[in-house]
Design a protein around this ligand. Structure first.
Ligand code: DI6
Ligand code: FE
Length: 401
């Protein structure tokens, strides 16, 4: 059987759903044709391939290419100075009141051109790619007006044209209240629903719609309006829910069949049950938990017991998670959230793919999926989670190349 490329002499963590744990295979091969996986499995059971090219993996481990299912990668400026202020004792709220916080990033984002936004996001994207990332979700949400949100989403798409990576875009207009709507958050939500979502949907610029349902963000009722508008335009939803308080956002997300509910530190039992029933993925963000020195843990045991799928993401953003490493995210998932090695690895592969609604395309080594691989210089998968600040990536394969 002809194939373009064959990776031989490899150990595989297939993450295939019908195999236990990580779906490990000691003596495995992966064959690719036209950018897709033709076969991934035991060498002994593989068809006779006639590959154009064979890569000897010398016993290295192959995992699916890593997926970051929640980032705010595109933004202007940075907030290093605010970090210094916070270290000196200022609170997030004090900084926001003094003109900092999300609004300072909004100003820098509005001042930037589309090309500026691409240029400033690229080093962050490159850091993720250097660790084996092949798919990334990128949210808007720092433009906060139709034109600047459109510009941000176009910049996100551009990233996928200038780098070998799949980009999924999410419209997060309901991230924060822009100053021109001070005192009129309902008016801004009206703008998001009546003008922004239709325009963005018409241009096909977003794969999903997100909102920040929080005391410092938007209410559950306003979030519902955003979800209704998304639904009317055929866009799936997801939600920043229960990060700082419990507004029952996860249950609302479940009601709308959301792809994922993210953060979830303050999630309660009813929220867990609603997510389980609706098959909503819990996307946990240990980088934000770490960076804001949160102490309330998401209800991991309850999520596990209810069978809620758990994904992990960087939440890369300038305010609460300036993190561009999925390896460190996994380490934090294990150390801070007590996730197992298998949960961490599944969290940035299979479950991350599920959280993006693209499990049929990515997230595991199975025939028919995109041939996105990460090849590692490790002796066992646990090393990917265990080490800090060390990158054992040997090679990355995107779309079979
Ligand atoms: N949750 C967060 O923690 C960030 N956004 C969000 O929805 C905060 C983003 C920022 O401070 O810039
Ligand atoms: Fe976020």
């Amino acid at each position: 059987m002809r194939c373009d490329r064959l990776w031989a002499n490899a150990r595989l963590a297939t993450l295939a759903a019908d195999r236990p744990r990580l779906g490990e295979i000691e003596n495995g091969v992966v064959a690719a044709l036209d950018g897709r996986i033709l076969y991934a499995g035991e060498a002994a059971q593989a068809p006779q391939f006639t590959p154009d090219e064979t890569v000897d993996c010398e016993g290295r481990w192959i995992t699916p290419g890593l997926i970051d299912p929640h980032t705010h990668l595109v933004f202007g400026g940075d907030r290093a100075h605010e970090f210094e202020l916070r270290l000196a004792g200022a609170s997030y709220e004090e900084i926001a009141r003094a003109g900092g916080g999300i609004v300072s990033t909004m100003k820098a984002t509005r001042a930037a051109s589309e090309d500026d936004l691409v240029a400033s996001a690229l080093p962050r994207l490159d850091a993720l790619i250097a660790e084996g990332l092949t798919t990334i979700e990128v949210k808007s949400g720092y433009g906060l007006s139709l034109d600047h949100e459109l510009k941000s989403l176009r910049a996100a798409h551009k990233l996928g044209q200038v780098r070998p990576v799949n980009v999924r875009t999410t419209f997060l207009g309901a991230h924060a209240l822009p100053p021109e709507y001070a005192g009129d958050s309902d008016g801004y939500i009206e703008e998001v629903c009546k003008r922004m979502i239709p325009a963005i949907a018409a241009e096909g610029l977003a794969d999903a719609v997100d909102a920040f349902c929080e005391g410092i963000g938007f209410t559950a009722e306003q979030t519902r309006r955003v979800f209704e508008a998304a639904k009317a335009h055929g866009l799936p939803v997801k939600l920043h829910a229960e990060q700082l308080s419990n507004l029952h956002g996860a249950a609302l997300a479940a009601e709308y069949g959301a792809l994922s509910a993210d953060h979830l530190e303050h999630l309660d039992k009813d929220g867990v049950a609603a997510m389980a029933k609706a098959g909503v993925v819990a996307t946990l963000l240990p980088g934000a938990y770490y960076f804001v020195r949160e102490t309330k843990l998401p209800p991991i045991e309850e999520l596990r017991a209810a069978g809620v799928p758990i994904a992990l993401a960087t939440d890369c953003n300038p305010g609460t998670s300036p993190l561009t490493s999925l390896l460190l995210t996994m380490n934090m998932g294990a150390t801070l959230f007590r996730l197992t090695v298998d949960e961490c690895l599944a969290g940035v592969t299979r479950e991350a793919g599920r959280a993006l609604g693209m499990l049929d395309q990515a997230g595991s080594l199975e025939a028919g999926k995109r041939c996105d691989l990460a090849i590692w210089d490790i002796e066992r998968p646990a090393e990917l989670v265990y080490r800090m600040g060390f990158n054992p990536l040997h090679a990355r394969v995107w779309s079979g190349l």
